[in-house]
Ligand binder design. Structure first.
Ligand code: 0O2
Length: 212
């Protein structure tokens, strides 16, 4: 494909990212103006760089005329959560939306990848309005905790440097870091329960005081 064709091909993906970022960030804003704690910490989105699309298409033998159907993550969004339990809440919010359809879910939180990667992937079919009518594109939303995101970001950088072929020392450290991220998530979940119990306790005390 020449540059003009790429621009034309990527235009609906760019539009989808712009729209979805506003919509998903809007969810967080709605939580902020309610009295419920937000399960969403922050949202990011990007259109996959052309060079990465070409690399992935070559690795997976995807012909360019099948990219729209077979490459799910040309439009990619990430929703970061503080706690592991928030991930299920966010996934349920996505399932219930009327403005797109969830077409596939991949649960790498329960089924950790061999690399140590954890994240929940939701693939959606998203309708885009263009001058030539409506067209549906696929987008991938990755939902993960801050700890999962930290690990995945570092591992992704190293993956490029070593082309996935890590020296044993680095591989070992990455495994340990994945365990540490997992433990960090567990510890934080424990603290969350403590906080919620304390909040319940104090609100009970307060209402008792009012009664006497
Ligand atoms: P980018 O844009 O550079 O992040 P699979 O067949 O399972 O290998 P597939 O079919 O592409 O992979 O889908 P999958 O696994 O659901 O999602 C792929 C994306 O998930 C990747 O995109 C990463 O963003 C993320 N991911 C998956 N596995 C790992 C991993 O081991 N480490 C890290 N850091 N991220 C991972 P790309 O294509 O790498 O592109």
């Amino acid at each position: 494909m020449v540059m003009n064709q790429w621009e034309e091909f990527l235009a609906p993906y760019k539009q989808a990212i712009d729209e979805l970022k506003i919509k998903l960030k809007g969810l967080r804003k709605q939580y902020e103006s309610s009295d419920k704690p937000s399960p969403i910490e922050f949202v990011t989105g990007r259109v996959k760089p052309i060079s990465s699309i070409i690399d992935k298409a070559n690795q997976r033998n995807i012909p360019f005329d099948r990219l729209r159907e077979e490459m799910y993550d040309i439009a990619g969004l990430r929703m970061m959560c503080q706690f592991v339990d928030d991930i299920d809440v966010v996934v349920e919010l996505l399932r219930q939306r009327q403005d797109f359809e969830v077409v596939e879910e991949r649960n790498y939180v329960e089924y950790t990848k061999e690399s140590g990667y954890r994240s929940y992937h939701v693939i959606i079919s998203y309708p885009i309005e263009t001058l030539h009518g409506q067209t549906n594109i696929l987008a991938e939303i990755q939902i993960r905790t801050l700890a999962m995101n930290f690990w995945a970001t570092i591992e992704h950088t190293l993956r490029y440097k070593y082309d996935g072929d890590y020296p044993p020392e680095i591989r070992n450290r990455l495994e340990r870091a994945a365990e540490a991220a997992f433990l960090l998530d567990e510890e934080m979940s424990e603290i969350r329960e403590e906080i919620q119990e304390a909040q319940k306790y104090y609100s009970r005390q307060k209402s008792n005081k009012h009664k006497h």
